[in-house]
Structure formats: C-alpha cells, structure tokens
Ligand binder design. Structure first.
Ligand SMILES: [Ca+2]
Ligand SMILES: [Ca+2]
Length: 173
C-alpha cells in the first residue's frame, strides 16, 4: 500500500491539492489526474510513503465441531488476507499454544493424542515482517470406540425343549 504525500518545503504553503493528496491503490481508485496548484514560486515535495498493514489470519478446519482423540483435523489458513495480496506469506501454527511452532504449512493436518480443550494459534507474517495472529479452540473428546458385545447362557449344555437364559450384561461400550 502506498500513500501519495505532498509536503510544503520550508514556509511554503500549498494553495490547493484537489482531491489527489492521498490515494490507496489497494483499496481505492487512483485519480486519473492529480492537480496541485501552488502559489507562485513555491516549492513542495511530492512522494510516496509505503505503509504496510499486517496480515489478518483466518483459521478454518474440518471437521468444525468437537473431535475425538487421534482424529485427524484438516486446518487451513487460506482465508488469511493481507494488503499486499498475493505476496507469499509465512504461516506458523501452534496447535497446543505452547509457544513452539508445530507446522508452517498453509493447510496442515493435526491430531490430538489426549482429551481436552486446546487453543490453536496461527501467526502469519508478510515479506515486510508485519505479523498478525488469531486463535481458535478445539474440543477433543474421548475416542468413540464401537461397543463390545458378549453374552453368557445357562445351562451350558441345554437339551431340546429346555429354557435357556441369556445374559448380555458383560457387554461394554
Ligand atoms: Ca502486509
Ligand atoms: Ca506447539
């Protein structure tokens, strides 16, 4: 992003600068004509000032809701925007918010090995070193295992016509 600046030199005053003293190419249209009217024999400097806004990180993930222990989560920082798109950006993911970077991929995958609520931090840095951060939380629940069916019956060797009792209370799940 660049801003056009018009500055008087010394005590010189700018008589007028009709609507063209500031423009932002990234967000607005550059005026077709920039007319600066000066008092006679005045000096001004006309220049561009570079300003750089930090990236605005956006975290998305699939699945979006609570996940199970060891379930793979697909994260993505592709929704991140920067004022100088499409310049390359550096992505730093900290899936457990412990301060150590776990991935620098745009769209990494991750799985949590134990239950809990985790804070995921994404820091995105542009080529000029400006950085933006955002966080989201992930709830990890105990793994959902299929139930284990089992039963016992008595008597062990029933004869024809004999009533047999089944007991499935030993099932787990
Ligand atoms: Ca930027
Ligand atoms: Ca970490």
């Amino acid at each position: 992003m660049a801003i056009l600046t018009i500055e008087p030199v010394g005590n010189n005053a700018i008589a007028s600068h009709d609507g063209c003293d500031t423009f932002v190419p990234a967000t607005g249209a550059m005026p077709a004509e920039c007319r600066v009217t000066l008092s006679r024999h005045r000096l001004v400097t006309i220049g561009f000032t570079d300003v750089n806004a930090p990236p605005q990180p956006v975290i998305s993930r699939t699945p979006a809701g609570a996940v199970a222990v060891n379930q793979t989560i697909q994260f993505s920082g592709a929704g991140t925007t920067d004022d100088q798109d499409p310049q390359p950006l550096n992505y730093q993911w900290d899936f457990d918010n412990n301060g150590s970077v776990d991935s620098q991929a745009l769209s990494p995958t991750y799985a949590y090995s134990s239950e809990g609520t985790y804070t995921v931090r994404l820091r995105v840095t542009d080529l000029q070193g400006a950085a933006g951060e955002t966080t989201t939380s992930v709830v990890v629940t105990s793994a959902n295992r299929p139930p284990v069916a089992s039963f016992t019956y008595a008597p062990a060797n029933p004869t024809v016509g004999q009533t047999v009792m089944f007991d499935a209370s030993g099932s787990a799940g």
